[in-house]
Structure formats: structure tokens, C-alpha cells
Design a protein around this ligand. Structure first.
Ligand SMILES: NC(=O)c1ccc[n+]([C@@H]2O[C@H](COP(=O)([O-])OP(=O)(O)OC[C@H]3O[C@@H](n4cnc5c(N)ncnc54)[C@H](O)[C@@H]3O)[C@@H](O)[C@H]2O)c1
Length: 310
């Protein structure tokens, strides 16, 4: 296949690049590097199977040659990033998604949209099933991302309904792994970076809010399987095992043999109290569920962060 991966120099995108190249596909990676790094795909930059377009998806209306599949992952994704780039985030979700849907229509290609558990907002239903419509503050600080992705989902399903193009929507829950940026503000890279330096781990609120964490290899498997089926409704991908932020801090400290203390900070506005995917749909449709236990995945990521600091 000839596959376009937007956001392919980012954390999840670059692992998809590895995977699809290993499977023998030809790739066009589109990335503006607003939050990604060329280094993430540097081992492939000389490969004749990969073409890298350092461009904003908002400005890409066509690519040369045939396209079979578009994996649309471009978007700032961490709260630090989308609060720093609010307008860019909304433009990427709207103009960028429109451009990729038009490209799919023109090339008769399939498109998979990377959506997010954030479309559920601060959920009143637990765990979150795909038929839950969410509880999002449309003018809250996180709305640039949440509403952006909700709009992207609405546009994707509309292209499916109006033009009959093949579309997938995956709602990704917290994913972690190698190549996350230490300064991106997400809890796992932040805890690991601080724990390795024996510095205090920042805990927002009382730390009793829960999160679930999916290791990157499981996520790549889920995405790849999703891209192989014709199913246009959203599918949750994530790990249903729930941990409080305090529990996570303890595990990271242990695995890093760290003497870090905890530093309690005020809770950001509209921070969700709970997040846990109901993954029954993914299990049924894809025969997929996460395989990597939290400690097992964290050990790999800690080793990776250690190797970066050496
Ligand atoms: N990591 C997670 O836990 C998670 C959870 C839910 C959803 N997602 C979604 O998965 C996707 C990837 O997230 P990530 O964690 O890898 O984030 P990331 O920031 O590491 O990767 C995003 C990539 O998109 C690129 N990008 C952003 N705007 C662009 C634009 N307008 N044009 C071209 N490139 C652009 C960035 O430079 C970066 O390389 C995002 O769409 C995100 O919403 C991720």
C-alpha cells in the first residue's frame, strides 16, 4: 500500500511509521514539526520507501501518485502543547482534517482519524462507551482540543455518509512509550524525568483522579487492525486498567529507584476526575486488547529516558 501518515514525526505517528515500513508499505509522512521531531524518524529518512513532507496539513491539498490509506494523526496532543498552540490546534482539526478527507475522496483512499478520549470531556459515565456523547465545556481551556476533535469526528462521519468514502475513527486513551518528550507535560514522561533526577513529582489536585495507560506497541496493533476493517463508527482504543495518579507516582518512583517526594499543585480547570475506556467494541471487531502490563511498559520507557540522558 501507499500510506500517508500525518503527524508521522510525533510520538504515536513515528511508531506507526516504523510499523508500516516494516510491513513493506510505501509512506508519505506529512509533519510540520510543531510538536514532533525529525529525529523520531531519522533512521528512515534515507529510505526510498519514505517521503517526508515538512508541511502543515492545513496547506496540503494534494500529494503525487496514488494513495491507499491516510492515517491522520497530526495534532498537538498534550495539554501543554494545545494550550500553547490553541489556534493551530483548532486549524489542524478543522482545515487539516478537511484537507485529508478531500485527499481521501480524490484518491479513493481510506482514512483513519486519530480522535481522543477527550471527546468524552469530564465524563458522567464510567467507563466510557462509544455511545456516550460526552461532557465537554465548549469554552473551557481544553475546548481547543476536545471540540476540535469532536468537529473532526463530525466531518469524518459526514464524508462517509455523503460521499461513501471509507473512514475509521479511533478514540485513543492515554498512550505512553518511547519518544514522548520529557517537557510535553503528560504525566508519564513528567514523572519519569523528575524521578530520574530525584526531583519532586508534581501531583495536580489530591492525586486521586484516575487514568488508564496503554503501551505504544499495543496501540499500534489496535490502529493497524482498525485500518484493515470497514467500520465507520468510533472505536475506543486504550487500556482499561485504572490507576490513581498517586499509584502511578509510586510505581514510577519504585522502578526508577528514586527518592523523589510529591509536590501537590492546584488542579487545572476541567481536569477529568476519571478516565477508563470500555473496549468491548475493539475486542469484538478487532480481536484486540492490550497485552503489555503497566510496569513492563514503564520499564522500557524508563530505560529509553535513561539512555537519552547518558
Ligand atoms: N498520546 C496519546 O495519549 C493520545 C491520546 C489521544 C489521542 N491522541 C492523538 O494521536 C495523535 C498523535 O498524538 P501524539 O501523542 O503522538 O502527539 P505528538 O505531538 O507527539 O504528535 C503529533 C504530531 O503532529 C504534528 N502536527 C501537529 N499539527 C500539525 C499540522 N497542522 N500539520 C502537520 N503536522 C502537524 C506534530 O509536529 C507532531 O509530530 C494526535 O492526533 C492526538 O490527538 C494521542
Amino acid at each position: 500500500m501507499r500510506v500517508v501518515i500525518t503527524g508521522g514525526a510525533g510520538f504515536i505517528g513515528s511508531h506507526l511509521v516504523d510499523h508500516y515500513l516494516n510491513c513493506g508499505h510505501e509512506l508519505i509522512v506529512i509533519d510540520s514539526l510543531i510538536t514532533g521531531r525529525e529525529e523520531n524518524i531519522k533512521t528512515h529518512l534515507n529510505s526510498s520507501a519514505l517521503q517526508f513532507l515538512n508541511m502543515d496539513v492545513c496547506n496540503v491539498s494534494d500529494v503525487e501518485g496514488k494513495v491507499d490509506l491516510i492515517l491522520h494523526f497530526a495534532s498537538p496532543a498534550s495539554p501543554f502543547d494545545y494550550l500553547k498552540y490553541p489556534i493551530e490546534t483548532m486549524k489542524t482539526a478543522s482545515f487539516g482534517t478537511y484537507n485529508m478527507l478531500e485527499l481521501a475522496r480524490k484518491k479513493n483512499a481510506k482514512i483513519l482519524l486519530a480522535s481522543t478520549s477527550e471527546v468524552y470531556g469530564d465524563p458522567e459515565v464510567h467507563p466510557q462507551k462509544e455511545d456516550y456523547w460526552g461532557n465537554v465545556n465548549p469554552i473551557g481551556p481544553r475546548s481547543v482540543y476536545d471540540e476540535g476533535k469532536r468537529f473532526a469526528e463530525a466531518m469524518t462521519i459526514s464524508y462517509h455518509r455523503k460521499f461513501g468514502i471509507k473512514t475509521n475513527i479511533v478514540r485513543i486513551f492515554n498512550t505512553y512509550g518511547e519518544r514522548m518528550r520529557s517537557g510535553d507535560g503528560r504525566v508519564i514522561p513528567t514523572f519519569i524525568t523528575e524521578a530520574l533526577k530525584n526531583k519532586p513529582l508534581p501531583i495536580f489536585g489530591d492525586g486521586k483522579q484516575t487514568r488508564s495507560f496503554c503501551y505504544i506497541s499495543d496501540m499500534v496493533q489496535g490502529i493497524m487492525r482498525m485500518a484493515q476493517i470497514d467500520y465507520a463508527m468510533p472505536v475506543n482504543l486504550g487500556n482499561p486498567l485504572e490507576y490513581t495518579v498517586l499509584e502511578l507516582a509510586d510505581i514510577v518512583k519504585q522502578l526508577c529507584s528514586s527518592t523523589s517526594t510529591l509536590e501537590f499543585l492546584s488542579l487545572p480547570e476541567n481536569d477529568p476526575r476519571k478516565r477508563k475506556p470500555d473496549i468491548r467494541r475493539a475486542k469484538e471487531l478487532l480481536g484486540w486488547e492490550p497485552q503489555v502490563e503497566l510496569k513492563q511498559g514503564l520499564k522500557k520507557v524508563i530505560d529509553w529516558f535513561r539512555s537519552k540522558n547518558d
